[in-house]
Design a protein around this ligand. Sequence first.
Ligand code: SAM
Length: 319
Amino acid sequence: MLSLDAALDASSDAEDTPAGRDETSKESRRGALAKTLETVRARRETLARETSATRRAVEAAAADKAEGSDAVELPRAARLAALRDAAARKRKAPAEDGTRRIRVTRDARGDEQLELCGAPAEGASSVVMMAWERPYMEALVDALEVTPADTVLEIGYGLGFSCAAIQRRRPRRHVVVECDPGVRARIPDGADGVEVVAATWQAYLADANDNFPIHEFSAVFFDDFPIVATPSRGSRWRSFLEALVPHIAWAAPPRRVVGYCCDAERLRAALPDGYWLERATPFELTPPADCPYVSEAAGDRCFVVVIGFDPNGVYEPGA
Ligand SMILES: C[S@@+](CC[C@H](N)C(=O)[O-])C[C@H]1O[C@@H](n2cnc3c(N)ncnc32)[C@H](O)[C@@H]1O
């Protein structure tokens, strides 16, 4: 998770400028959507071409074999190579909507971990979260100071650490938005008070109306990682907080947001209008030696960040 975050943040640096904010305009979103559709269409065409090449190679091999031809070795080798290529592509290919899938596996100690599906690049690992992150997740929930009066929005179930910690505080409502079907299936059936939403946060938060906000969250926990292919509009944090405004603006105080953060200053710079960083406390991480995703360069700490929000003067319903 850390390395993916760092990669995403690095790639979005250039857009963390006031000019980047203008991209929220309808037109640029339409442009980005058209670009995404074009990429999907091109990928489909390539796959169709390659599939038909594979089919031709298989048919040629079958014909050679049927004729008892001496030349059968060459098409067979070509066929195997084509099949191997296709299998490798399939492993790497994201789902149709551009979203990567996740699976839960176990580490050397038998603890659960999250892995991205598909073959990782050579020498890389696909593990994105391990059990040692639990204390950090729980510290974030502590910082959210959930009370039974709160309506909590949580993004990303993952290994369920933050969800369980939020539940222990018995909020009035607790909505968990999780886009991965495999991860969702692991949320305990009828988990007390947890409402599970099968969607990306991008889709879920877009489902609002300026005049009649349908969700009013007083406390928000944000911890996804970039498996959803969306046109970048600056940092993920900024995109999320912008989309959150109509869902938090009418909530009762404290209107607080916490979440995974490995660079508090970058987060501060990415905050949209109306949000401010109440605090950012370094939290020492203690990854085991076999953790593949915390590089030395990324450092050995994250931050417990608490973001405040004040709706006054920043969000005008129906504007
Ligand atoms: C790091 S894990 C969450 C860890 C969790 N806080 C815990 O304590 O175990 C990230 C989760 O976010 C989900 N996710 C990633 N992108 C998402 C998106 N755009 N919308 C909803 N869920 C998303 C992933 O499927 C994954 O389950």
